[in-house]
Design a protein around this ligand. Structure first.
Ligand SMILES: NC(=O)c1ccc[n+]([C@@H]2O[C@H](COP(=O)([O-])OP(=O)(O)OC[C@H]3O[C@@H](n4cnc5c(N)ncnc54)[C@H](O)[C@@H]3O)[C@@H](O)[C@H]2O)c1
Length: 411
């Protein structure tokens, strides 16, 4: 098989996790990288043995190469649309980190760029490329849940403020200009996207939301000089076509031990999603078993509640064990268990638009819902999907000051 040659943009924290995964996928190789911070770039190049003439402080120079098959975008949130559009415009397939963008307007620009430039695009959403989600979708398709009418999307950290309780995380997470939004745009997108995808992408009708930064702004918890410019909690209640509702809860820090798990409820059965995968699974494990930024490898499982042979049952589905057995019988299923494996197969043509997971569409609908919660919170009333589309404004960076000059983005 021909080697897939990859260029990376942004050599911060998440790029290291991407590198672990690439090193675990045969016939893929990162051969070039771009990063605005030259010292960081050189160190990164040494770590991964990338020659210095393949390292660029200006990613636009890297995009002039003609020996790259695709680009992996690892910059921060409000740079996803500007950089990823530039990548596709330059003629490369583009794999971008999540969230697709901080606003629906930016996400739509990126979504439309696929068609404008005739390029492939995928968005990293580890929660949808895994066994838990695949088995949940299978149970839904088999009718085990009956008529789905409600879902709950939940994410919580007791004290997980990026840049503070988690000092190894970039401060860009809490900077509005670059990070955009708080927990909803961070871990929230994994939960929302998973719920929407399992339920078959129901069409959003309206949403009511509230957000706050009250925890972040308490001066007794805020060391001098540190500024949080984004929310620390967002809650919402959404209504979808087909009479489906979803309540949403996402925080980065809250004085409560547990807020429960995400679930989906139907007339004949329900599914509880335990330990949703937000880190990327087995291929993302470093040699010591840890995952960069995500602790140890997660083991997402499913609990099914419903009827079997007329009996009421409650059972745990061990996704990992089933997945290993299933992959022995049909190795092709492995293509659906990891973001980067899926992306590499799509770029090579082993997966097509018909049988790939359409992460750009899932991410776009996720952006519509998450921004609806934010807009509704600002207005103090519920908003329809049409209103969200009309009111959403781009937050993507148009002019970036770097250590060596300015990058102007055209998107
Ligand atoms: N850190 C995590 O655990 C994690 C997990 C999942 C997803 N993500 C997502 O990954 C993205 C990056 O997060 P991170 O934690 O790696 O941030 P980071 O700040 O550590 O890394 C981003 C890097 O991009 C560089 N950069 C900025 N503009 C650039 C440009 N124009 N050209 C080249 N490089 C540029 C920055 O200098 C920085 O080194 C975010 O969107 C985040 O949501 C992060």
């Amino acid at each position: 098989m021909k080697e897939l040659r990859i260029g990376i943009i942004g050599t911060g924290m998440i790029s290291h996790r991407h590198m672990t995964v690439w090193s675990n996928i045969p016939d893929t190789k990162v051969v070039a990288a771009a990063e605005i911070d030259e010292a960081k770039l050189r160190q990164w190049g040494e770590q991964y043995h990338i020659p210095s003439d393949c390292l660029y402080t200006d990613f636009r120079e890297m995009l002039k190469r003609d020996d790259l098959d695709c680009i992996d975008v690892c910059v921060h949130n409000n740079l996803h649309t500007p950089v990823s559009v530039a990548v596709m415009k330059a003629g490369f397939p583009c794999y971008s980190e999540k969230p697709m963008a901080s606003t629906y307007a930016d996400a739509k620009i990126l979504y439309d760029a696929q068609k404008t430039y005739g390029q492939k695009l995928a968005v990293q959403i580890s929660s949808i490329y895994n066994l838990q989600t695949r088995y949940a979708k299978k149970l839904v398709a088999e009718g085990k849940l009956g008529d789905i009418y409600h879902a709950r999307s939940v994410g919580h950290r007791r004290e997980g403020r990026p840049g503070m309780d988690m000092p190894f995380f970039s401060r860009d997470f809490i900077n509005k200009e670059i990070g955009g939004h708080g927990p909803l745009g961070d871990l929230g997108i994994y939960h929302l996207a998973q719920m929407l995808y399992i339920m078959g992408m129901p069409k959003l009708q309206s949403v009511y939301g509230c957000s706050t930064d009250r925890y972040f702004q308490d001066p007794r918890l805020l060391p001098g000089g540190l500024k949080y410019e984004v929310e620390d909690l967002s809650v919402g209640l959404a209504r979808f076509e087909g009479g489906i509702s979803m309540d949403i809860y996402e925080d980065w820090a809250m004085h409560v031990d547990d807020v429960g798990s995400s679930f989906i409820a139907g007339s004949m059965g329900g599914l509880k999603l335990i330990d949703v995968d937000t880190t990327g699974g087995e291929l993302a494990q470093s040699k010591d078993g840890s995952i960069i930024g995500g602790g140890m490898v997660q083991n997402p499982t499913l609990e099914f509640f419903g009827y079997e042979d007329g009996q009421m049952v409650s059972k745990v589905i061990d996704c990992q064990a089933n997945g290993r057995r299933e992959a022995l019988v049909d190795p092709k299923v492995r293509l659906y268990n990891d973001n980067q494996v899926h992306w590499a197969a799509y770029v090579r043509g082993d997966l097509t638009d018909e049988n790939r997971i359409d992460s750009p569409y899932i991410a776009l609908q996720t952006a519509l819902l998450s921004e609806g919660i934010i807009i509704s919170g600002n207005l103090g009333r519920s908003v329809t999907a049409d209103e969200i589309e009309a009111m959403s404004e781009p937050m993507g960076v148009r002019r970036q000051q770097t250590p060596w000059g300015v990058i102007e983005y055209d998107f």
